[in-house]
Design a protein around this ligand. Structure first.
Ligand code: NAI
Ligand SMILES: N[C@@H](CC=O)C(=O)O
Length: 355
């Protein structure tokens, strides 16, 4: 049976969930993907990078870290001060990059991903910042090296959006999309519609693990801008800069506006929308411009997106063949993000496995 050595850089909520899933779902990976997966290295910002050729005893490693002990003191491992050094010096087949970059900043994840792809290693990642900035570059690099680069959990977490666009709708020409792409903001707006105040709803979202480390990224819409940039790369093969997205967050929305919208049979939602603009007549123009917006919109109750509540997200895609499809599912939470990256691992594993 094929053996896959997995390195997990960023060993927080998502990274640990993935390691635990590799352990719990070991038999499933063997049976369904024809591979045995072992975690051979893990890294954190403060603890550095540890490597164990034989693969870690995962429950033991997780318990060790819960006890607050230092990675460098873990018995029987090689240690490097940082992930970049460890990634350059060790052997592994797949890198799972799950460090906590913010959606506006590609680093440190981007450097980790580049190092791994350059040396011909498959990469799966939950880092929205790196993918927003460089999805097309990283996809091209992976193609050149003949390896996978997958980022399912970066948009709508464990709800399969990117694989639906790439595999489920293969070859279709996307015309546009609109959606609700942030669980925290949607949870806040839903709770405000129920009469709860903004700060209690935000506290809720933090408690459930939906919010970014800096929730400004959620409520001001930067997280959605990152997701829009990833979606435009996948759906249109185009890179848009953050400045090209017209952006307004929800921090100015008052309880009064939310109630007023309800009286008008509407719900205020932080809506992302991308549509094709006018094609330029200039012969140099390589792409049809995209009109990208992230802004609060009062949607009538007749619009299905108005009824997507709480942590649920939704994306409606228009294309030339299937006219319109809508994908609905939870868009945030540790388990959801963990499932998204596990799906990427399973896709890579299947392609490398015995069947
Ligand atoms: N929690 C969620 O609902 C979702 C999270 N994500 C993304 O997944 C990523 C991970 O999220 P969490 O696990 O919740 O974050 P976390 O804060 O629990 O863990 C992040 C880990 O990365 C490590 N790290 C940071 N800088 C590093 C560096 N230079 N080298 C090595 N390790 C480093 C930290 O030490 C920590 O172990 C983030 O980029 C997040 O935006 C994506 C989708 C949903
Ligand atoms: N903070 C994000 C997490 C997932 O991407 C959200 O609330 O949607």
């Amino acid at each position: 049976m094929k053996h896959i050595r997995l390195s997990i850089v960023g060993f927080g909520t998502v990274g640990r969930w993935l390691a635990d899933a590799v352990y719990r779902r070991g038999t499933w990976l063997e049976r369904e993907c024809g591979v045995k997966v072992s975690v051979v290295s893990v890294a954190t910002r403060r603890g550095g990078f540890i490597h164990c050729d034989a693969g870690f005893d995962i429950p033991n490693l997780l318990n060790y870290l819960v006890a607050g002990k230092a990675l460098a003191d873990y018995p029987g491992v090689q240690w490097w001060e940082n992930a970049l050094e460890g990634l350059a010096a060790t052997e592994y087949d797949v890198l799972a990059e799950t460090s906590n970059t913010n959606p506006r900043d590609p680093e440190p994840a981007l450097s980790h991903i580049r190092v791994a792809l350059e040396r011909g290693t498959h990469v799966i990642t939950s880092s929205k910042g790196a993918c927003a900035a460089a999805a097309l570059e990283l996809t091209a690099l992976a193609k050149k090296r003949g390896v996978h680069f997958r980022m399912e959990s970066t948009v709508m977490s464990g709800t399969p959006v990117l694989s639906t666009l790439q595999e489920g709708l293969a070859g279709t020409r996307v015309i546009g999309f609109r959606g609700i792409l942030n669980g925290t903001a949607n949870h806040i707006l839903s709770k405000m519609a129920d009469g709860l105040d903004y700060s209690s709803a935000l506290a809720d979202a933090k408690y459930y693990g939906y919010a970014e480390p800096d929730p400004t990224d959620d409520v001001e819409g930067y997280d959605i801008v990152a997701k829009v940039r990833i979606l435009t790369a996948v759906a249109f093969g185009q890179t848009v800069s953050a400045d090209q997205v017209i952006l307004r967050g929800i921090t100015e929305i008052t309880q009064n506006e939310v109630q007023q919208a309800a009286q008008n049979k509407c719900r205020i939602k932080l809506l992302a929308s991308v549509q094709l603009g006018q094609k330029s007549n200039s012969p140099e123009a390589r792409h049809i411009p995209l009109e990208c917006r992230v802004e609060p919109v009062a949607l009538p109750l007749t619009d299905p997106l108005s009824r997507i509540d709480g942590v649920m997200n939704a994306l409606t895609v228009k294309s030339d063949t299937v006219s319109e499809i809508t994908i609905i599912g939870p868009g945030a939470g540790p388990e959801q993000a963990g499932q998204g990256i596990f799906t990427d691992l399973a896709t890579v594993a299947r392609s490398l496995g015995a069947f």
